[in-house]
Design a binder for this molecule. Structure first.
Ligand code: G1P
Length: 294
């Protein structure tokens, strides 16, 4: 069995939910406290054992490439000022892992973005990580999926439960048998209309695929929202070889929409010892004031 060593990170989306912040700044570069969201994703991939990453970019995404490149003048400046811990942080993003880039020339959907990276992947199993989901857990989310892949040699998607009113925002799985956290799946449905979801198990931006997924992505079938959907290719693959759903452990943060982004920022700030006490105090004061106003 081949080991999963490569990962695709699609980052070609327009980021319209965060305009005007994303007019020139890629949404993947928006920071959670002091680190761009995409760096959290890349660190998870590395901690899971990934050796090569390909980021699928689009127009206006140069800042991502620059971020993971050396920044000579900045490094020199930090060195001269003896700011060694900052220097270490800056160099960390350069030396993380081998990162490659490819452009998705037209915005044709997530399935198409993944398909754009097929030549880089070749005939190997691989991972896909989406930048809108950050997962916090001791054992990284992708590593958990890798364990299932290593047991089954099958594709596996990460899922978690969502509330009824949220199912229409996600790819949803219809499981037919579940053992522990792993399910076999009847059907994968992209963004079912409200009230029609077959379950509450939503696909959360972490996947491991056998290379056969490219046969189906290559059909360029148009799905929900007029786009080529990854979920549709997963369903077609599932009809040929089992694709498992794994209900992973960990807290998942939705940084792809405003409320989730703000919540993530607050929680990650509270994880920092140098910010925690002051921030808590501030939040408490704020709550008291807001209650007085109401
Ligand atoms: C994408 C996928 C969807 C998945 C979601 C997770 O949707 O198409 O299946 O549940 O990511 O964040 P998007 O959020 O890009 O519309």
């Amino acid at each position: 069995m081949k080991r999963v060593k490569k990962a695709i990170i699609p980052a070609a989306g327009l980021g319209t939910r965060f305009l005007p912040a994303t007019k020139v700044m890629p949404k993947e570069m928006l920071p959670i406290v002091d680190k761009p969201t995409i760096q959290y994703i890349i660190e998870e991939a590395i901690e899971s054992g990934i050796e090569d990453i390909i980021i699928v970019t689009g127009k206006g995404k140069r800042a991502i490439e620059d971020h993971f490149d050396a920044a000579f003048e900045l490094e020199q400046n930090l060195l001269e000022k003896e700011k060694f811990s900052l220097l270490e942080e800056v160099q960390k993003s350069t030396n993380l892992v081998d990162i490659h880039y490819i452009r998705q020339k037209e915005a044709k959907g997530l399935g198409h973005a993944v398909w754009c990276a097929r030549k880089f992947i070749g005939d190997e199993p691989f991972a896909v990580l989406l930048g809108d989901d950050i997962v916090d857990n001791n054992e990284p989310c992708l590593k958990q999926l890798m364990n299932i892949y290593n047991e089954t040699s099958s594709s596996v998607v990460g899922v978690q439960e969502v509330a009824d009113h949220q199912t229409h925002r996600y790819g949803i799985v219809d499981p037919y048998s579940t053992e522990g956290r792993t399910s076999r799946v009847n059907q994968f449905v992209e963004k079912p209309a409200p009230g029609t979801a077959p379950s509450n198990l939503a696909i959360m931006g972490r996947y491991i695929f056998t290379p056969e997924i490219f046969d189906f992505l290559g059909q360029h079938q148009i799905g929900a929202g007029g786009e080529i959907q990854l979920t549709d290719a997963i369903q077609m693959l599932n009809e040929k070889q089992s694709v498992y759903a794994y209900n992973f452990e960990g807290k998942r943060y939705d940084v792809g929409e405003k409320m989730g982004f703000v919540q993530t920022t607050i929680e990650y700030a509270l994880k920092k010892p140098e910010l925690k006490d002051e921030l808590l105090e501030y939040l408490e004061e704020l709550i008291v004031k807001e209650k007085q106003v109401r």
